[in-house]
Design a binder for this molecule. Structure first.
Ligand SMILES: [Fe+2]
Ligand SMILES: [Fe+2]
Length: 297
């Protein structure tokens, strides 16, 4: 059977336990399919002020209300977990003795954000203490942004030869910079999300996620690579044209479905790639966060 025939018929790797094929993941990718792919992890501990959206291996923390305290709780939980994972990916992608220095620094950031996540879970933030907690997070994030920018320069100048793309350092630095801007705004009591800012920030992030996926898939996963690249182009277009709320929502839903199906396909060994399952779930959670912010903006 040729590769193309296998893809068309979906006969090469029937999904174990789910009764779906790679072809169906690619073509369908819809909400109905997605809800059947994952068992909700509803047992995740709730923190007052935040609620969780599930669908993957980890919950997505979103504000339970529209006030600055709820947003602070959710954003501290969501982003400190995301930053812990950025550090985890850097450690994973900095192998060998010659990268022991930067790898060790990434390990320290990983521990620092895992610790702050636990503090955010235990903190019980209220009007009296949330701004101080936000400031303590900001002080941890700043040196991590500096590290990402330093590594970006080292990698793109050829002084460092890790497996981390310069764009991945830049992308993750922008996520951290936006987290700080958001915490500073929340600390002033302002929880407003502005539609134009939400679309501009997240459309670029979603565009780049699709590019990451395209470049980490097996080089012969042609239809999935094409789908990822067309998704990247759609987000670039949305950003350039400052698309409407409904256009953004439609694209957000489709990228969540694509990432959720891809994450499951990767986990089930149905999609050939070098995408770690944790990275697939990471970009899925960011897409769910995007959709949640869009709804509030
Ligand atoms: Fe991220
Ligand atoms: Fe990201």
């Amino acid at each position: 059977m040729t590769r193309d025939t296998a893809l068309e018929t979906g006969l090469d790797h029937p999904a174990k336990g789910f009764g779906i094929t790679r072809r169906e993941i690619l073509v369908t990718g819809g909400a109905t399919l997605v809800t059947t792919l994952f068992v909700n992890s509803a047992a995740d501990a709730q923190t007052p002020g935040a609620t969780t959206k599930n669908g993957g291996t980890k919950p997505v923390y979103v504000p339970s209300g529209d006030d600055a305290v709820s947003h602070s709780v959710a954003d501290n939980l969501f982003w400190t977990d995301i930053l812990t994972e950025h550090a985890t990916f850097f450690v994973m992608l900095m192998p060998g003795a010659e990268l022991a220095g930067p790898r060790g620094r990434a390990e320290q950031f990983k521990a620092s954000f895992a610790g702050q996540f636990e503090k955010a879970r235990a903190a019980r933030l209220d009007k009296g203490n949330y701004a101080a907690f936000n400031r303590s997070t900001v002080e941890l994030v700043k040196p991590f942004i500096d590290f990402k920018r330093e590594m970006q320069q080292a990698q793109q100048s050829g002084r460092m030869r890790s497996l981390v793309w310069p764009l991945f350092f830049d992308h993750t630095a922008r996520e951290a910079e936006r987290f700080i801007r958001r915490l500073d705004q929340l600390s002033k009591g302002d929880a407003d999300l502005e539609h134009a800012e939400v679309v501009d920030f997240w459309a670029r992030i979603m565009d780049e996620h699709a590019e990451f996926i395209a470049h980490l898939l097996d080089p012969q996963e042609d239809p999935l690579i094409e789908k990822a690249l067309s998704s990247s182009a759609a987000f670039r277009d949305l950003r350039a044209k400052k698309g409407s709320k409904s256009q953004a929502e439609t694209l957000a839903k489709s990228i969540i479905d694509f990432k959720t199906a891809a994450a499951k396909g990767i986990q089930a060994g149905q999609i050939k790639s070098i995408i770690p399952p944790a990275l697939a779930d990471h970009v899925r959670r960011e897409a769910v966060k995007f959709e949640d912010e869009l709804r509030r903006a």
